[in-house]
Design a protein around this ligand. Structure first.
Ligand code: T1G
Length: 708
């Protein structure tokens, strides 16, 4: 039998006419992204409506949960298909009859640009309007940089474009982005009523590109542009903010057609930038990480209440995270004093919100009323989930989980926040290993987005699915990790920190290394980070690992020598840097440099100079190589899981996409060649990952492994 012809794609845009109004509906789930089919459908529909004598006005709206979420990000980097979005917007704007955009849900990027090319706009309570292209390394490339300033002025337009923030309907009305706030999300009905109002009042076809009032005060506009330029040049590394300022300058100085040409040229430059590739990768990776096998295989358990063991820094932070998600929380500590201290740590966070006007005193009281302290594990007997955050010692964890096993109801999820201990071993302390999982929060737990969900051998799929569902409620970025020392993030951190120590002993100062790492795009370098977190933490890890460390492995003693002096960093007034009383800005310490020099002499090292490029290549190669090992061992499901972990937990610059994306952009062959060159000096430390070698041999990228 002949193959059946593929079922035709459902139309992405529908046109219907009723009582002299043309209704153009965008219908391209899940978010009405402006794919080629949508652009083509819009172009055809507006041309048809414009030509139809029976049509006196046009209403454009979105079906489903969005107006239009923007250009189809999946199409970036592919050969462009006609019609281009700028041309679609020009055609809508040129329509001889009034065009009204009725907005509910996201109208973002190209979606807002379509709305701006309409002559009027109505938005409902769920509307989210914005120009977030900067978050993708881009700029509004379909007239947004030219029409938004003409409609709402340079300053407001630049704020939207440089922040990428979303505005709701009331603020959009105040800004002048829209003409009416709909009382409900039935924007079709209220939009139609507005269209009839436009017709009844014989309101003009008001083309945004032809407006000039909002830019009439040229001095104010120029001042806003200059301020934006100054601000943009402070955003180290980011490419598109400066281009946005240039595009708005064109809106101020040039007629629309020429301004659009400038915008197009600048957009193409952003599109070609590696930053767009990195940021688009990060956008999708942050969504793909939640797509794990267990979440497809099983339904999550219901979590309506939670418990935390421990009211220390981590326990209190986790309690805040759970309270912020609306859950009632039971906090158990060893005695009343510790319970009170834990409660006060939680309360301090909410006092901060009240002080900043983010929370009313009543709101704070309501949250705190959901927190109950206890000293007896019996208080956990009704909760659906308990997260343990006590001292990092296996005997202590065993005792805690034995108690949880005794008191928690059947089906309760028992989670540990351990940052490196063996969770399989912890699970063995209970009669229900299938309910035990790792939830590794990062300090401060209520602020840091990353949540490593560590999956022990015996955990059931529905508990893993529950952990991912909980991460969504906590607004965390979840990454599935296997059980090993350090899981994904801390394991990779230990290796690139060692690479930094090797560089230091070989001739680079800790201060040069920190500067190099900041220049790469991290917010701070490894030694500044150590001083911030406390050098004693790393010291304890090194001491813990001493017994199992390969005696043939190179070991740099410098960090230990500082810790032996009690120089732990900011909390002791000195670490790698010297801190004036109360200051967080450290100064290089000549005594540290003397210790480094002495260590080099002891190690028989003749110090050599390293260029920034040489240091960055070593630092990155160590990170990528260990990341590849983490993937090949199955500790991380995909390279993108390593990317998301390093970006959201370790400060890796998001505009580079993550270490594995960065390696793809640099070229895996280059990374492997670097590793092989460094291995000439230290073959034990620089053992290339077999996965990396294989990918290079096959001419593949890490990205080719990102589909599971
Ligand atoms: N293109 C393609 N897919 C998109 C998409 C887009 N613009 N936006 C979302 N998706 C997919 C997403 O990957 C996920 O897929 C599903 O939709 C649900 O998304 C020319 C150049 C709209 C606020 O930056 O901010 O226009 O995982 O999980 O939490 O000037 O998605 O289900 O397979 O995030 O409800 C500008 C990006 C583009 C908006 C919805 N627009 N999207 O959030 O759902 S550049 C944006 C979002 C542009 C023009 C320029 C959010 C959302 P899957 P989700 P959500």
């Amino acid at each position: 039998m002949d193959a059946q012809p593929a079922a035709p794609e459902p139309a992405a845009v529908h046109l219907s006419v009723r009582d002299h109004i043309a209704f153009i509906a965008v219908d391209h789930p899940p978010v009405n992204a402006l794919s080629t089919a949508v652009r083509r459908g819009l172009m055809d529909a507006i041309a048809q409506a414009d030509a139809d004598a029976d049509v006196h006005a046009v209403l454009v709206h979105g079906r489903g949960k969005a107006f239009i979420a923007g250009a189809d990000i999946r199409e970036f980097g592919l050969p462009p298909q006609a019609p281009s979005l700028p041309d679609v917007c020009l055609r809508i704007e040129a329509c001889g009859k009034p065009v009204v955009a009725a907005i509910h849900g996201p109208a973002l990027g190209g979606g807002l640009e379509v709305a701006l090319s309409a002559h009027y706009r109505v938005a409902g309570p769920s509307a989210k309007l914005g120009l977030p292209e900067v978050l993708l390394g881009l700029l509004p490339g379909a007239g947004g940089t030219q029409r938004a300033p003409r409609l709402i002025g340079a300053e407001a337009a630049l704020d939207l474009m440089l922040s990428g923030r979303h505005v709701g309907a009331p603020e959009a009305l105040r800004l002048g982005l829209i003409d009416r706030v709909a009382t409900s999300d039935d924007v079709l009905t209220e939009g139609e009523a507005f269209v009839r109002h436009v017709l009844a009042e014989q309101m003009p076809v008001r083309r945004t590109g032809a407006l000039s009032d909002a830019l009439a005060d040229r001095a104010a506009a120029q001042a806003a542009i200059d301020a934006a330029r100054a601000e943009a040049s402070k955003k180290r590394g980011l490419f598109s903010p400066l281009k946005i300022a240039e595009a708005v300058q064109a809106a101020l100085d040039l007629p629309l057609a020429q301004g659009l040409a400038v915008e197009r040229a600048l957009f193409e430059q952003c599109l070609a930038s590696p930053q767009r590739a990195g940021l688009v990768h990060a956008f999708f990776a942050e969504r793909e990480v939640a797509k794990v096998p267990e979440a497809r295989q099983a339904q999550p358990r219901r979590i309506a209440s939670a418990g935390v063991v421990g009211g220390g820094t981590m326990g209190a932070g986790i309690a805040v995270s759970l309270l912020d998600a609306g859950l009632p929380v039971v906090m158990v500590e060893r005695d009343d004093a510790a319970v009170a201290l834990g409660r006060s740590r939680v309360e301090k966070v909410y006092d901060g919100h009240v002080a900043k006007g983010r929370l009313t005193p009543e709101g704070k009281a309501a949250v705190m009323a959901r927190l109950h302290g206890a000293t007896d594990y019996a208080a956990f007997q009704e909760v659906d989930l308990v997260i343990e955050a006590v001292f990092e010692d296996m005997a202590v964890k065993h005792a805690v989980f034995a108690e949880l096993d005794r008191h928690c109801k059947p089906g309760a999820v028992l989670a540990t926040n351990t940052s490196y201990l063996d969770i399989d071993a912890i699970a063995q302390a209970t009669s229900r290993p299938q309910d035990v999982i790792g939830l590794h929060f990062f300090s401060p737990a209520h602020i840091m987005k990353l949540l490593e969900i560590v999956v022990p051998a015996q955990v059931s799929a529905d508990v893993v699915a529950t952990a991912f569902a909980l991460a969504t409620r906590l607004k965390k970025v979840p990454v599935r990790a296997g059980v090993c020392d350090g899981f994904i993030g801390n394991r990779i951190l230990a290796v690139y920190r060692t690479a930094a120590d090797h560089l230091m002993e070989d001739g680079a100062s800790p201060y040069e290394i920190d500067t190099m790492v900041r220049a790469f795009g991290f917010p701070m370098g490894p030694y500044e980070m150590s001083d911030l977190a406390g050098g004693d933490i790393g010291w304890a890890t090194r001491k813990r690992r001493a017994a199992t460390r390969d005696p043939k492995a190179r070991y740099v003693h410098i960090a230990d020598q500082l810790c032996e002096r009690g120089w732990f960093g900011q909390k002791t007034g000195r670490g790698w840097y010297l801190y004036e009383a109360g200051s967080r800005n450290g100064q290089p310490d000549p005594e540290v440099e003397a210790i480094v020099a002495e260590a080099r002499a002891q190690a028989g090292v003749t110090p050599r100079h390293f260029t920034v490029d040489e240091m960055q290549r070593r630092y990155v190669a160590a990170m990528v190589n260990e990341g590849a090992k983490v993937v090949e061992e199955g500790i991380a499901l995909r390279p993108l899981d390593v990317d998301v972990t390093l970006v959201h937990g370790y400060g890796f610059p998001r505009w580079r996409g993550g270490p594995m994306k960065h390696a793809d952009i640099v070229g895996l062959g280059q990374i492997l060649a670097d590793i092989r060159a460094f291995a000439q000096e230290d073959p034990l430390f620089w053992q290339p990952s077999t996965l990396l070698v294989k990918l290079v041999a096959e001419g593949r990228t890490f990205d080719s492994l990102n589909q599971i």
